[in-house]
Design a binder for this molecule. Structure first.
Ligand code: NAD
Length: 240
């Protein structure tokens, strides 16, 4: 799909990986909807970075886990652009790092509510208007290998991978749905000691940059013959 002139929503794009995806889309000439939950200032920074490419942007506050807020966001996108061609479900939270027996119902509901239910709510609301297009879900290596953070995070990302496959089956041929599973990504929040440890786990000797994930998302969006796939971006961590 040619991205120039298309309308793309990127959830959780005020910073980190979502910001890199929004900017990569803008670089390709897509008009970008920058969704955020907390920081309007950061979202405006993403907007400024996108605008450098001469595209149109819309910044919308909406908690993806809340149906009413998502519905309102999608309404605003339709009022402004009249169409939605691309959805990137990127918004996510890590939750507390906890061993299984320490996870409370509240911990579970918070993480699953954003990472899995949130992605589903946004997808449902967008599908009311998207007749032809692409969806990319940002999962995680934790959805494949269980990760080290917590069972709630792993389950949310494993669920998102399964949701991707189900949607791909049901929405083809007009809407193609794929997922990306990053390993650790350096969004500026990792300490130098942890970075060193993570580098050693990667065959590339490096930690992914947000742009590495964004590049993969663009590849999936531009390709018209890939659906129901999960693409790893983890420097070969699962190769043993
Ligand atoms: P981040 O915390 O820097 O950014 C996540 C964004 O999502 C933030 O802007 C946050 O405000 C937003 N968000 C959180 N809850 C939201 C909600 N309810 N509604 C709307 N927006 C919300 O995280 P990141 O590292 O850029 O991660 C982006 C995605 O990539 C997440 O889904 C994460 O699970 C996944 N991921 C990250 C890594 C990593 O190492 N950073 C690895 C694998 C997968």
């Amino acid at each position: 799909m040619e991205l120039k002139g298309k309308v793309a929503i990127v959830t959780g794009s005020a910073r980190g990986i979502g910001r890199a995806i929004a900017v990569a889309l803008a670089r390709k000439g897509a008009n970008v909807v920058i969704n955020y939950a907390h920081s309007e200032d950061e979202a405006r920074k993403t907007e400024e970075m996108c605008r450098r490419y001469g595209v149109e942007t819309l910044v919308v506050k909406a908690d993806v886990s809340k149906r009413d807020e998502v519905r309102e966001m999608v309404q605003r996108v339709i009022e402004r652009f009249g169409r939605i061609d691309v959805l990137v479900n990127n918004a996510g939270i890590l939750g507390k790092a906890l061993r299984p027996m320490k996870v409370t119902d509240e911990d579970w509901d918070a993480v699953l509510g954003v990472n899995l239910k949130g992605a589903f709510i946004v997808t449902q609301e967008v599908l009311k208007y998207m007749k032809k297009g692409k969806i990319v879900n940002i999962a995680s290596i934790a959805g494949k290998d269980g990760g080290t953070v917590g069972p709630h995070y792993a389950a949310s990302k494993g669920g998102l991978i399964a949701l991707t496959f189900n949607l791909a089956r049901h929405l083809a041929p007009n809407i193609l749905v794929n997922a990306v599973a990053p390993g650790p990504v350096d969004t500026g929040l990792i300490s130098p000691e942890i970075k060193e440890k993570l580098r050693k786990l990667s065959l590339t000797g490096e930690i992914a940059k947000p742009e590495d994930v964004a590049h993969t998302v663009i590849f999936l969006l531009e390709n018209d013959h890939i659906t129901g796939e999960l693409v790893d971006v983890n420097g070969g961590r699962l190769m043993d």
